[in-house]
Design a protein around this ligand. Structure first.
Ligand code: PLP
Length: 388
């Protein structure tokens, strides 16, 4: 089987598992306990936090460990908007982009439903990019927060985060980015990006599911969304997932050490794959930005097919991928991301996303490109047969 669905999740890396193992077994203590086992766990957590801070170019106290990307997004969007509104009740708007993950979009809608906020949605262009001009048109004196993702999970388009954050700051508005898909591939230095908050999830880069983090710049007010024993400096209660934090720190460190080499290697493989798919299926359409895209994502529409049928045909040929975002699993509605890019609902349901981790090889993608040609032809023949 060739697994080309790494944007959905990745297997845990051996080095990550090895680093986590002691904290799942012998050193299993609760970091809040005042005995040697607890102290060992607290020390491991502190070390993981320091390692993460090194990768993000931030202070250790600016790292809040969470149970994944969804929680980090919830904490950022709700936590920053509500804290700012508590300080100044006139702040009752949030700005998000039209292509956000549901973790951000639904957090903003929650603010709208229960806290009287208005959600302003910045449109994207046909490649999925938010332009600074489009964002500028949305910023108001009442805007409490701007949240725009670093890289999109369905089409891989990368946003000009530093420019967008600078624009928000020029209006005195904090800026959050969902970097769940970017982590492992793109630079994560929070000083260079100029962001006030940034979400990361472990399972997209070789750490387990259910561990993540939110970077929050120290001067940024944050209302917790999970209340309890006051862990993570009161910003996220709950006994810390020590092994998860160690795993996430290890995965981020590994990704940073190999990032530049892998980025170039995988981007070259992606470009060749895109070329081969477009050559093999002449009416296929690449979705997202032609160059400002994740090295790891190639996404297409195959007009005249259904994405789900192409997936089945591909799996029969040993290639596993996705018809879009795994996060909206079970939903038949056309992708809101693709419709925001101007793709018709009819064509949007023919979408297929191929996403790679750093172990991908030329041989895998040669096989996959041939499988795509055969799968699409198979689905079209079947369709023609039905309509006769
Ligand atoms: N944000 C983006 C862009 C994602 O792609 C995902 C997961 O697919 C998430 C957030 C949610 O992360 P998690 O699965 O860790 O909750």
């Amino acid at each position: 089987m060739i697994f080309l669905d790494a944007a959905a999740t990745t297997p845990v890396r051996r080095e990550v598992l090895d680093a986590m193992w002691p904290y799942l077994t012998g050193s299993f203590g609760n970091p809040s306990s005042h005995h040697t086992l607890g102290e060992a766990a607290a020390a491991a957590l502190a070390q993981a936090r320091a390692a993460v801070a090194g990768v993000l170019g931030c202070r250790q106290g600016e790292v809040v460990f969470t149970a994944g990307g969804t929680e980090a997004d919830n904490l950022a969007v709700k936590g920053i908007a509500l804290a700012r509104q508590a300080a100044d009740p006139r702040l009752d708007r949030v700005v998000i982009s039209a292509v956000e993950h549901p973790a951000v979009e639904e957090s903003a809608r929650y603010l709208e439903r229960f806290h009287g906020f208005t959600v302003d949605v910045v449109p994207v262009d046909g490649t999925g990019r938010v332009t600074p001009a489009a964002l500028a048109g949305m910023l108001r004196p009442e805007t409490a927060l701007v949240s725009i993702m670093y890289a999109n999970n369905e089409v891989g388009t990368v946003q000009p985060i530093a420019a967008l954050a600078e624009l928000a700051h020029a209006h005195g508005i904090p800026f959050h980015t969902d970097a769940v898909q970017a982590a492992g591939w793109l630079p994560l230095d929070t000083r260079e990006l100029g962001v006030d908050a940034m979400s990361i999830s472990g399972h997209k880069l070789g750490a387990p599911k259910g561990c993540g983090l939110l970077f929050v710049r120290s001067r940024t007010r944050l209302e917790p969304v999970i209340h309890g024993g006051g862990q993570e400096r009161g910003r996220r209660s709950g006994t810390e997932n020590v092994a998860g934090a160690v795993g996430l720190a290890t995965a981020l460190g590994l990704a940073r050490n190999h990032q530049e080499v892998q980025r170039e290697r995988v981007a070259a493989l992606r470009d060749r794959f895109i070329h081969d798919v477009l050559a093999g299926v002449p009416d296929a359409v690449l979705t997202g930005h032609p160059s400002e895209r994740l090295p790891s994502v190639a996404s297409f529409c195959f007009p005249g097919t259904s994405g789900e049928s192409v997936l089945l045909e591909l799996e029969r040929r040993g290639v596993v991928c996705s018809s879009g975002s795994a996060c909206a699993a079970g939903s038949d509605a056309p992708s809101t991301v693709l419709t925001a890019l101007g793709v018709s609902a009819e064509v949007a349901q023919t979408a297929v996303r191929f996403s790679f981790d750093s172990s991908v090889s030329q041989a895998d993608l040669d096989h996959a490109a041939a499988a795509v040609r055969a799968a699409v032809a198979g689905v079209k023949n079947l369709g023609a047969g039905h309509s006769r």
